[in-house]
Unconditional design. Structure first.
Length: 185
């Protein structure tokens, strides 16, 4: 019987390894724990972001795998964290503003009393057709970018289909680092 299966060793590992790890994780995931609510998925995204960022940082600095494939994994993990931050912090508006060099106009909207009932108001847009078209392009681009990154997020997690790799080519050259099932050291 191996020493690591004895009650004494299991107890020792529990006290000196598992309990400290539990408190380290509480500290590490404190922001996600604070933000997690059953009615909203943003806390869950924050858990994934923190966890993947921790794996990427440690795999990059302490990983034992060969650099060629390990760094591809780290790059994909960092990209995943960036996508999660964009989604969680709603950065798409800022990204599109820089990309298009255009800030949507909202100052041309005013509340105007209704003729039938002056106690009620209607929001009227006084923007020109050109401004409305630019705003439409802006918001369409925001939605397009968000959808592209959301699809990229799932592709990174899913990973590649290794069955489609060319057997004549080097595996490392075809591997792109994606696939959460392979993110271990």
């Amino acid at each position: 019987m191996s020493y690591k299966y004895t009650w004494f060793d299991r107890t020792r590992r529990f006290i000196f390894r598992e309990i400290p790890n539990f408190f380290i994780n509480i500290y590490k995931f404190r922001k996600a724990l604070w933000r997690h609510h059953w009615w909203d998925y943003s806390g869950t995204l924050h858990f994934i972001e923190i966890g993947v960022n921790d794996i990427a940082k440690n795999l990059e600095n302490k990983g034992l795998e060969v650099d060629h494939s390990r760094m591809k994994k780290v790059d994909k993990m960092k990209r995943l964290v960036e996508i999660l931050k964009n989604k969680r912090e709603d950065r798409y508006f800022d990204i599109v503003e820089k990309e298009m060099g255009y800030e949507p106009l909202f100052n041309n909207r005013k509340f105007v009393p209704l003729e039938e009932n002056p106690d009620l108001f209607e929001l009227v847009d006084f923007s020109s057709e050109e401004e409305k078209e630019m705003n439409r392009k802006y918001y369409n681009r925001v939605n397009e970018l968000e959808e592209q990154e959301w699809n990229e997020f799932w592709e990174i997690l899913k990973g590649q289909d290794y069955k489609k790799f060319d057997k004549d080519k080097d595996w490392d050259d075809q591997f792109d680092g994606s696939g959460i099932q392979g993110w271990w050291d």
